[in-house]
Design a protein around this ligand. Structure first.
Ligand SMILES: Nc1ccn([C@@H]2O[C@H](COP(=O)(O)OP(=O)(O)OP(=O)(O)O)[C@@H](O)[C@H]2O)c(=O)n1
Ligand SMILES: C[C@](O)(CO)[C@H](O)COP(=O)(O)O
Length: 257
């Protein structure tokens, strides 16, 4: 009998960054992920945010369907440095966020056991938030989501089907705010659970699920929350870009460069 320790497959963590959206709500211009924030494309910030975690050894960027070559060139122009040295792959995306994530998952090698899914549109998520998500997955949660309490009261409204444009919306309820959370990314998953959710719900959801954890919920697996971060907000509308520039400027001032 050999006294050598049995071979152990290392638990490898990868991040998938869906970056194939147009950014319609941000207004006319280049695809949102390619727009500049502090002089550097938003996508580059998002890749660096994932690679800043020492646990992440691979980042799969999902580019606009006809833009993979352009995104590859852009990332090659902004190489990762220092300890942020993860491998970066680029694959073409799809028509919906859900489809883009599915295409990113398909590019992951077999040894990846933990997957983060992170919006390119959340370029400023701090590394402590990324690490908190990874730790919770590695401790056994199949799906982990960073989340914050809501600042606004939320109203439920009647579906708009058939309503004339400009007609006032009818409120049907006010959900208990203390039981609501606004969820962010990166969302972290046991890889097999996320693959199973995407396999089961592919092409069944019309417009697609708005987040990956929602698909895991529908699978019946538990989804747990960890504290989100104010700076992990999603750049969606023009004012978000103003806020992102201010946050970045404050970070640079604090870092002394
Ligand atoms: N077909 C799509 C649509 C969205 N995304 C990505 O999903 C993330 C979150 O989506 P969102 O902020 O809604 O981005 P857009 O779809 O680009 O925004 P909009 O709805 O304003 O067009 C973004 O990083 C976006 O690039 C994607 O990879 N593929
Ligand atoms: C995944 C997400 O960022 C969680 O808040 C969000 O659901 C993405 O929604 P979008 O409409 O695609 O921006």
């Amino acid at each position: 009998m050999s006294d050598r320790a049995p071979a152990v497959t290392p638990a490898r963590t990868a991040a998938v960054i869906p970056a194939a959206g147009r950014g319609v709500r941000l207004g006319p211009g280049a695809p949102k992920a390619l727009r500049a924030l502090g002089g550097t494309p938003m996508l580059v910030h998002a890749v660096r945010a994932m690679a800043a975690s020492r646990a992440v050894s691979l980042v799969v960027v999902v580019a606009p369907p006809d833009g993979a070559a352009e995104v590859r060139a852009l990332l090659d122009d902004h190489p990762l440095t220092g300890h942020d040295r993860a491998e970066v792959l680029v694959v073409p995306g799809g028509e919906t966020r859900q489809e883009s994530v599915r295409l990113g998952l398909a590019a992951l090698p077999a040894d990846v056991t933990t997957v983060l899914v992170h919006d390119a549109a959340r370029p400023l998520v701090p590394v402590d938030t990324v690490d908190a998500v990874i730790t919770a997955v590695r401790e056994g949660a199949p799906a982990v989501v960073p989340a914050l309490p809501l600042a606004d009261t939320v109203k439920q409204v009647e579906p708009r089907t058939g309503a004339a444009a400009g007609e006032p919306e009818l409120v049907t309820g006010t959900p208990e705010r203390s039981l609501l959370r606004a969820v962010q990314t990166p969302q972290g998953f046991d890889r097999r659970t996320l693959d199973a959710a995407h396999e089961k719900f592919a092409a069944q959801e019309g417009e697609g699920a708005t987040d990956d954890a929602g698909m895991v919920e529908r699978l019946g697996a538990p989804v747990v929350l960890v504290p989100g971060h104010e700076e992990a907000f999603k750049v969606t509308r023009p004012l978000d870009l103003v806020l992102a520039e201010a946050v970045l400027a404050r970070r640079r001032a604090n870092d002394g460069f």
